[in-house]
Design a protein around this ligand. Structure first.
Ligand code: SIN
Length: 566
């Protein structure tokens, strides 16, 4: 098993200070309510936290920006990874997770994930989630990139997330003491005199009495608001993934960690040069079942690149595809899975089959055009092993969090597991440390919004300059363009402007971190610094904000993969 390196890397310089909106300019609340705990987000992380917390605190309120099922969990195809198969162990899962994470994982967090994972999955099954089983009635397990064992449990073939979401929503519906507010954007935290949580402001779109800006006074907030994929022009993330929770936490004083490690999924269906927003994912499980990548000449792309070939860790495959696209001048490559046959496709991947056919490609008879697109934020709001952030009373779990399990590149299907495991932990720790009710202090931080109309420009520059392949010159261009977009929304009070302000906040911090990290590691690929450099860069980049000014610091830590990886 890889052991930690003991050499301490030399400290790296801090990035220059950047000014961003310190709060969103929400008008005074028109309504207010109270709850002990507010859970922001309704995917696997949020609903797991809510269902467990209700057993220990009086009132739990779940807030979600759209309807309960609109987040990323619903879209997860491949499955949930855990050492559930015969002969598999948490230790083997740990090794694969550390290797995929390219030295930047937190070993303790990974041990929590892989150690508590199997029990957490069994609890999910007990709650009502129906996973696929084999002919003997045992869980059917498959393999995805970076795994050396079959350990991915799946449901409905390729509809794992939808089944988990269904089971969780049914459980919440049967728990009338959990209040749910849908169509509600969490705008900013309300902070008490000591800097801890006193509540949260919401913008609710058309929910009867709770309409417009409101305040929920509470003793703790659990952020489970998902990712930030909409920072880029093409992503597998749904439209709601605009980094709201990440930006809210930064403004409230929490630290963001590892933002530069954005994972690009290698096989996202290519729909043409003008296609924007959420794009169809072609699960890695398709390669797990034998599909392979070829270029326009029919040459295999992954052979000779990695010992696991088409099942190499995700960043390795995304880079190989990007290289081949540059060499051939083509906007995509092909995923060939024709040999799986119609019956297998229909049984194992019914969702992907239907989606591909809807877009005019029949995977049974023709290869699927694919290209990398933004998929997952490996970094996020820094937490400890119990989901605590730096802000007293603020917890984070799921994609919005950086618990340390993913490092520089998340191992496939570890994300649903992370939400499950760390939400259970939050529900264990939080009730014993609930803060007393506190009055919010007036928010004097500098405010400011960005006009929604600048969103396409923001996404375009992030995709071109801060995407799969990065360089100092491209990152400098991006920083300049982003700087010019700030302050364009004076006087605006609308959802589009709030979301776009959050996108700009995250895009700017991500760009600054990617600029500072002068090396190539995991999903962070710098063409001007093509090698991994543990001596300078092992460890994490932490972004913090004070009064609208962000700073980035490097926190050295030993590499956790033995130092030999990507
Ligand atoms: C996939 O099915 O390829 C995505 C799974 C994941 O992102 O973990």
């Amino acid at each position: 098993m890889p052991g930690p390196l003991t050499t301490a890397p030399a400290p790296a310089p801090a990035a220059p200070v950047r000014r961003l909106p310190g709060r969103l300019s929400a008008p005074d609340p028109g309504w207010s309510t109270r709850a002990d705990v507010v859970v922001i987000g309704s995917g696997i992380a949020g609903l797991t936290a809510a269902l467990r917390l209700r057993e220990h605190v009086e009132k739990v309120l779940v807030v979600t920006k759209d309807v309960l099922a609109a987040g990323s969990t619903q879209w997860a195809q491949g499955g949930i990874a855990a050492a559930l198969g015969e002969g598999d162990t948490p230790e083997q899962h740990e090794v694969d997770t550390l290797v995929a994470g390219a030295g930047a994982c937190d070993l303790d967090a990974v041990r929590v994930l892989v150690g508590e994972g199997p029990e957490a999955v069994h609890e999910l099954i007990a709650l009502g989630a129906r996973f696929d089983v084999d002919a003997t009635g045992l869980l059917a397990l498959t393999r995805e990139g970076g795994h050396h064992r079959d350990r991915i449990a799946h449901a409905g073939g390729d509809a794992t997330g939808a089944e988990i979401q269904r089971a969780l929503i049914a459980a919440v519906a049967a728990a009338p003491d959990i209040e749910v507010v849908q169509h509600a954007l969490a705008v900013d935290l309300l902070l008490a005199e000591d800097g801890g949580v006193a509540g949260v402001t919401l913008h609710v779109m058309g929910e009867g009495e709770r309409d417009g800006i409101g305040a929920v006074h509470c003793r703790a907030v659990v952020l489970a608001s998902g990712g930030l994929g909409q920072v880029f022009s093409q992503t597998t993330n749904p439209a709601v993934s605009t980094g709201d929770g990440t930006a809210l936490a930064l403004r409230a004083g929490a630290t963001l960690r590892d933002l530069e490690f954005v994972q690009f999924h290698p096989t996202v269906m290519y729909l043409g040069p003008d296609s924007r927003g959420q794009q169809p994912l072609i699960s890695e499980a398709v390669r797990g079942e034998g599909a392979f990548l070829v270029d326009h000449a029919g040459d295999r792309i992954m052979q000779g690149v990695h010992e696991l070939a088409d099942l190499a860790p995700r960043d390795v495959v995304a880079k190989a595809i990007t290289r081949r696209m540059h060499e051939t001048g083509r906007p995509h490559v092909w995923l060939d899975a024709r040999h799986l046959g119609a019956a297998f496709w229909e049984r194992r991947f019914p969702t992907i089959l239907a989606t591909a056919r809807r877009h005019g490609v029949d995977p049974v008879t023709e290869p699927i055009p694919v290209a990398p697109a933004c998929h997952y934020a490996s970094g996020g709001v820094r937490t400890d092993l119990w989901g605590r952030t730096d802000v007293p009373g603020l917890y984070a779990t799921g994609e919005v969090a950086c618990s340390g399990v993913h490092g520089a590149n998340r191992l496939a299907s570890n994300s649903l597991l992370e939400g499950l495991v760390f939400s259970r932990r939050i529900a264990t720790a939080l009730p014993g440390e609930l803060r007393p009710w506190a009055e919010p202090v007036p928010d004097e931080r500098p405010a400011g919004l960005v006009a929604g109309s600048v969103r396409p420009r923001l996404q375009e520059v992030m995709t071109e300059r801060v995407g799969v392949l990065r360089s100092a010159a491209g990152l400098a261009d991006a920083a300049e363009v982003l700087g010019g977009l700030a302050g364009t929304g004076a006087g605006l009070v609308d959802l589009d402007a709030w979301e776009t302000t959050n996108l700009l906040t995250i895009a700017a911090a991500l760009t600054d971190a990617a600029t500072l990290r002068e090396e190539t590691r995991g999903s962070h690929w710098r063409e001007d610094h093509p090698e991994r450099d543990d001596a300078r860069w092992a460890g994490h980049l932490d972004v913090a904000m004070t009064d609208g000014a962000t700073t980035i610091e490097h926190h050295p830590a030993p590499a956790t993969d033995g130092g030999a990886g990507r």
